[in-house]
Design a protein around this ligand. Sequence first.
Ligand SMILES: *[C@@H]1O[C@H](CO)[C@@H](O)[C@H](O)[C@H]1NC(C)=O
Ligand SMILES: *[C@@H]1O[C@H](CO)[C@@H](O)[C@H](O)[C@H]1NC(C)=O
Length: 290
Amino acid sequence: MRSSTLAAVLAFGSTAFAAQLTQVSNYGGSAKAKPGMWVYKPDTVKSDALVVAIHSCQSSAQKYFANSKIPWHQGSDRKGYVTVWPSSTTECWDVSSKASLTHDGGGDSNAIANMIKYAITQYKIDPAKVFVTGGSSGAMMSNVLAATYPELISAVSLYSGVPAGCFVSSSGASAAWNNSCSGGQSTATAQKWGDVARAMYPGYNETRPRMQIWHGSVDGTLSPNNYQETIKQWTNVFGVSTTPTSSKPDTPEKNYRMDDFGPNIEGIWAVGVGHSVPSHLDASEAWFGL
Ligand SMILES: *[C@@H]1O[C@H](CO)[C@@H](O)[C@H](O)[C@H]1NC(C)=O
Ligand SMILES: *[C@@H]1O[C@H](CO)[C@@H](O)[C@H](O)[C@H]1NC(C)=O
């Protein structure tokens, strides 16, 4: 082959093999639940951080990745970090069974934790730079992961979810819907919500992920009450007051209000926004320190 032909072949090849979402068929671990694991490695990896992007109901890793409103693919290309896209085998994530609401309980949360562990080794991720985001059911799972695997996650940015344990099923069913929680009737004291989160990994006393919680004031799917309930949960876990230490109107955009509760919890209340609040890449990346 003449060298000019070879160069042409190589040039064509690099276009044809540009980064794409690819499936990892065996990410290991012994969890009974077996959601799919998909990974996006940008053409140029420039960061040792990992972002796990968790889809909403009736979606999948591929659909979520292709959704133009979900910006993590672009974030990955721009800043050069790897993203992992778990893909549920049920309509919504299992955030209701004991298996998923328990550290190493074998449920969906356990399987996603296994994906994180696999990614840390395989893609040389700094274990102190593992970040989780998600919308709706993916936001519920983000809260559940923060409670069940606090040792694995540095920070969470979740959009329009419910507190960890709010979707619990009294019969133990997996991936069950919970009308009391979605309707905003599952309210409790901060202490109670904190106890619910702590009970998912009893005895854990080390660092916990910093939490950024977004919710729309006119959410018709997961009641806006869930914003305050989620704030109660994590402020109690971090042992801080439910009264913000600072509150910024029109941040990060008009009609959004950013409430900080010390350095570890940030709430973003989106006035007039329904289900679910669109991902704000810059603000989420800033929370992650990316
Ligand atoms: C729904 O969740 C609440 C807690 O948020 C729980 O008390 C209740 O038993 C659950 N409902 C069902 C039908 O499982
Ligand atoms: C945290 O838990 C471990 C194991 O139970 C225990 O040895 C350690 O003393 C605890 N640390 C603190 C600060 O409570």
